[in-house]
Design a protein around this ligand. Structure first.
Ligand code: GLC
Length: 670
């Protein structure tokens, strides 16, 4: 539920969300009967937050809290989606923050110009200061800038996290985050709901591609890099300055360990939760993260949005996090006894800001009543408000002026700037993993006749995946002004060298090509829409395999380029191809793949493969080992086909023996 449907459906979506929430409540009502899972804070790392408490700032918070009305305090704890709140509403409901969900945009127009985003930010800012008795601390606007400023056509969009994990390049990741922050600032926003620091252990999960790796160590290294890139380095003048935005490591805690079911239950032990799932936060908090997003998932049967032990005793207590915890999209409604418009339990557990995209008005009224009745304790209310205001003051929200007056606001040439696009192309090149290269077919000569086939060959949407312009990522090519499809990149390289490049999704040709590059893979998806029951690629539809087979039957050497948000079981496709490249979701600059596949015109290898698997590659379509530790598909003890860290270069012998194409029955027929 990370997004809005189109406006007409918005009301229906709200009803559906409420029904789902009620069902979820019933499903988890039993949870409430269970004793809360035991937590031992001393097991958890005692972290030193990046920012020492600033006595002057804290004194200012004391003064603000003393002056605030209950209405103003409750307003700071509620976040509405721009699809259901107008700037004028802020004059009557003093909400502290707004967001645009994956499908929300100015005028509900996903192709709205960047200037419309900036203008709308100004209007929300002004209205938030117009509220009666305003404290002079304006509203924050959060957005899912998860692989660039990906809601904005023309902004730089990078490979998704899974591909960045393959690059093994924290400095590259930091630079990507810094560019993302800058481009978010151009449009007047100040908060990125990023990075996802899930340690995904079951690739059946629809959000695997938002995870950097199954390796907690890699996630830990990347988390610090992304938070620093987005926010700047704590203690330096750049920290949360006009070129940086608030970061949000998410989703706390354990979203990557739910057995492949989005918003599911993580059954792991406290030690596994600490050693696997908490790795990203261990780095993100000392790096200065000012916000954390709570997870929809449960741990040992208890929804994270209601887990006081982990949100308050561990994250805020033991780990020393003194920023704000924001709930996920109506995530509070999944708690026993809660609905989208009434939920003291999430606030009591330690959520400081309730993400209430549609029901914010009722939630405000109900929460105010719960404060007045004492159902929500004044101490909890003040703690939550203090955290929100602390983050706002650290982000200079009270002094930096209206969005359009800020240093980078309106500098639209920065959106998709050449140097930003080159960084994206570097990320594409570094993300590619070579799994097979029979007889050194790759690198190819650009002087040859090249056929480019497959339904991913010329589709920016398929090479970009979800969270791209809209939530599920379904946009036509024309909506990406700076993009280069994989075919376009190949055509660029080959035609410049005097070769020929022809596109035929079906793989048809008149003159036999010297080589065929078949680009195929998953259709875009986001969140639960991407959950799958098996790791087999496209179980019901083998047209890609048939295409590979036809080309081999015509004795055309075949390079397979696989677009996917996760490793999948593709033994048959691996057998049918001479070379096989895991390209993940490279984004609108996917054409840079050609720079690696082909030699330069003078025969040099300009770019070799350097990507290494961030996730184990499955030997079978069966789900990963139940223990989930360290990824790896198949039955307990069954090694992955290609292990974490695998990846060929042009120097390697890329031979892969013929692989079994029938998923062997589970050992022992179990
Ligand atoms: C979604 C996602 C979360 C996102 C939020 C706002 O449901 O779980 O990652 O930040 O909603 O779009």
């Amino acid at each position: 539920m990370g997004t809005m449907m189109s406006r007409p459906a918005r009301g229906a979506a709200y009803c559906v969300a409420s029904v789902l929430a009620m069902l979820a409540v019933r499903a988890t009502a039993a949870d409430a009967m269970q004793a809360p899972p035991q937590v031992h804070p001393k097991l958890w790392p005692k972290l030193r937050p990046a920012l020492a408490r600033d006595p002057a700032l804290e004194a200012r918070l004391d003064s603000l809290l003393a002056r605030m009305t209950p209405e103003q305090k409750v307003g700071q704890l509620i976040q509405a989606d721009i699809g259901s709140i107008t700037p004028d509403d802020l004059r009557h409901y003093p909400l502290g923050s707004i967001l645009n969900g994956g499908n929300s945009s100015p005028r509900d127009d996903k192709l709205a110009a960047p200037s419309e985003w900036l203008h709308l930010a100004d209007r929300f800012y002004a209205a938030s200061l117009d509220a009666p008795g305003s404290l002079g601390i304006p509203v924050l606007w959060g957005t899912d800038a998860v692989h660039g400023h990906n809601n904005i056509p023309g902004a730089t969009i990078f490979p998704h996290n899974i591909g960045l994990g393959a690059a093994r390049d924290p400095e590259l990741i930091r630079r990507i985050a810094a560019v993302t922050a800058l481009e978010v600032r151009v449009t007047g926003l100040d908060w990125a709901f990023s990075p996802t620091v899930a340690v995904a252990r079951d690739a059946r999960w629809g959000r695997t591609y938002e995870s950097y790796s199954e390796s907690p160590d890699l996630v830990r290294r990347y988390a610090a890099a992304v938070v620093t890139g987005l926010q700047g380095k704590p203690g330096t003048p750049q920290f949360l300055d006009a070129a940086h935005v608030l970061a949000t490591p998410k989703h706390f805690l354990g979203d990557g360990g739910t057995g492949g079911r989005d918003q599911g239950n993580n059954p792991g032990s406290e030690r596994q939760l600490r050693e696997l799932d908490a790795a990203g936060y261990e780095a993100a908090i000392p790096a200065g993260a000012q916000t954390v997003m709570a997870s929809y998932s449960s741990w040992q049967g208890r929804k994270m949005h209601g887990n006081y032990e982990l949100l308050t005793r561990v994250l805020k207590g033991r780990m020393g996090f003194d920023g704000l915890v924001v709930g996920d999209w109506n995530g509070h409604a999944q708690l026993p006894g809660c609905t989208p418009v009434r939920c003291a339990a999430a606030l009591d557990a330690g959520v400081d800001v309730l993400m209430a995209p549609d029901g914010w008005r009722e939630l405000y009224v109900n929460t105010l009543a719960q404060v007045r009745s004492g159902e929500i304790a004044a101490t909890r209310l003040d703690d939550a408000v203090r955290r929100v205001l602390r983050v706002k003051l650290r982000a200079h929200l009270d002094t930096e002026g209206a969005p359009s007056t800020r240093r980078y606001a309106g500098r639209y040439a920065l959106l998709g700037a050449p140097q930003h696009l080159e960084l994206a192309r570097q990320a594409v090149r570094e993300s590619l993993v070579l799994l097979k290269n029979r007889d050194h077919l790759l690198p190819l000569s650009p002087h040859e006749r090249v056929l480019v086939a497959g339904d991913g060959a010329d589709s920016i949407a398929r090479q970009s995946g979800g969270w791209t312009i809209d939530w599920q990522g379904t946009e036509p090519n024309q909506d990406f002004p700076h993009a280069e499809s994989i075919f376009a990149g190949i055509a660029r390289v080959v035609r410049a060298a005097g070769g020929t490049a022809e596109l035929s999704a079906a793989g048809d040709f008149h003159t036999r090509p010297d080589v065929a590059i078949v680009v195929f893979g998953e259709s875009p998806y986001a969140e639960y829409a991407g959950d799958v029951p098996t790791l087999e690629y496209s179980p019901g539809d083998k047209h890609d395999l048939a295409l590979l087979g036809r080309l081999r039957a015509a004795d055309v050497p075949v390079v397979a380029v696989f677009l996917s948000g996760r490793p999948l079981w593709v033994n048959a496709e691996l057998n049918a191809a001479d070379s096989f490249v895991a390209a993940w979701l490279p984004g609108p600059q996917g054409g840079a793949l050609a720079d690696v596949l082909f030699r330069a015109a003078d025969g040099r290898v300009a770019y070799d493969f350097r990507g290494k698997l961030p996730f184990s590659w499955p030997r079978s379509p069966r789900p990963p080992r139940p223990d989930g530790a360290g990824g790896g598909a198949g039955l307990p003890g069954e090694a992955p086909l290609f292990p974490f860290g695998y990846g060929l270069t042009y120097q390697d012998v890329g031979y892969v023996p013929r692989l079994p194409e029938e998923a062997a029955a589970p050992a022992g027929g179990g």
